[in-house]
Write a protein that binds this ligand. Structure first.
Ligand SMILES: [Zn+2]
Length: 307
């Protein structure tokens, strides 16, 4: 079968600090800026500290979660005196790196995140994209000492709310476990390696290499589960010790998921699914104890540069 062709990927943006207390991306971007990385071979590189005020305060956000502000509706909403800082910032970033959905948008946007969940290295995609899945396959083939997983959020582009949706292609690199406001050398090196491998892949792609197709697995987000709560909304249970740190380990009906403060176990009900973002610190306020996903295998076509 003939390879599927894509135009050159020559403008890349690497962003960190979209959540100001996820420090790996903050320091990778600062280091790239210090080293004045603005071109690597055939690729121009823009580095962005996405939420500088939240980064200065070492908080996830100041007024609202920046990484929920990139829907078409919010990006085109009029700015008024009461518009939250992050919604203004989202429109600035869209002007700098997008506009989303336009020819002017950067070819690839990589947004760097950390999670308190034990997820290892994950690439998170808004929707299926052969080119970025090939980058995922490449990273997976080079970083063999740890599991490298892909998560698909399955949102139509207009409703996609994350910063990476501003690029023509994009993904988030999500690595954990790392507490908020903390740096760890192992996680810093993991993210740095994934960014460097992405840029290496782009050089090979832009130089005309054909990348053979094959199968990759991805976790497709299916639903989220909240903590058990009392009528006042206070949580009444924690993640069960048998689920804690067991992201991506298949949950079967009857497996324990919560342990109440009075000692009762709550079990998983319904179909077999894979948990992820288990006990993510920032999701308490979003009423999410963990997400659940199906695992699917995708057959990628071979791809190469359109000449
Ligand atoms: Zn984040």
């Amino acid at each position: 079968m003939e390879p599927t062709c894509f135009p050159a990927v020559s403008r890349v943006a690497v962003s960190g600090g979209t959540h100001g207390n996820e420090l790996t991306g903050v320091y990778i971007v600062r280091e790239m800026q210090k080293q004045e990385v603005d071109k690597v071979g055939s690729v121009s590189v823009t580095t962005v500290l996405a939420n500088p005020r939240a980064t200065d305060a070492c908080r996830r956000y100041i007024e609202t979660d920046l990484n929920r502000c990139f829907t078409n509706a919010l990006l085109s909403a009029p700015i008024t005196d009461s518009t939250p800082y992050e919604m203004r910032r989202a429109q600035e970033l869209n002007a700098q790196l997008g506009p989303k959905g336009s020819e002017k948008a950067v070819d690839l946007l990589i947004d760097l995140h950390n999670t308190t969940a034990n997820m290892g290295l994950c690439l998170i995609f808004d929707s299926l994209d052969w080119l970025t899945l090939h980058i995922y396959k490449y990273i997976q083939s080079k970083m063999t000492k740890m599991p490298v997983r892909a998560i698909q959020l399955n949102k139509p582009r207009s409703d996609a709310y994350c910063l990476e949706s501003v690029g023509k292609h994009g993904f988030a690199i999500e690595v954990g476990p790392q507490p908020n406001g903390v740096l760890r050398a192992d996680i810093y090196n993991t993210v740095k390696t994934a960014v460097d491998l992405t840029i290496t892949w782009l050089q090979e792609f832009n130089s005309g290499c054909t990348f053979e197709g094959g199968e990759v697995e991805a976790y497709i987000a299916a639903k989220s589960v909240d903590y058990p709560r009392d009528p006042d909304g206070k949580i009444t249970a924690v993640i069960h010790p048998k689920l804690q740190d067991n992201d991506f380990k298949l949950l079967q009906p009857g497996d324990p998921v919560f342990l109440s403060f009075s000692g009762e176990t709550v079990n998983h009900e319904g179909e077999e699914l894979y948990p992820f973002f288990v006990n993510e610190c920032a999701y308490y306020e979003k009423k999410i104890a963990f997400h659940l996903a199906r695992r699917e295998t995708f057959t990628l076509p071979s791809i190469r540069l359109r000449t």
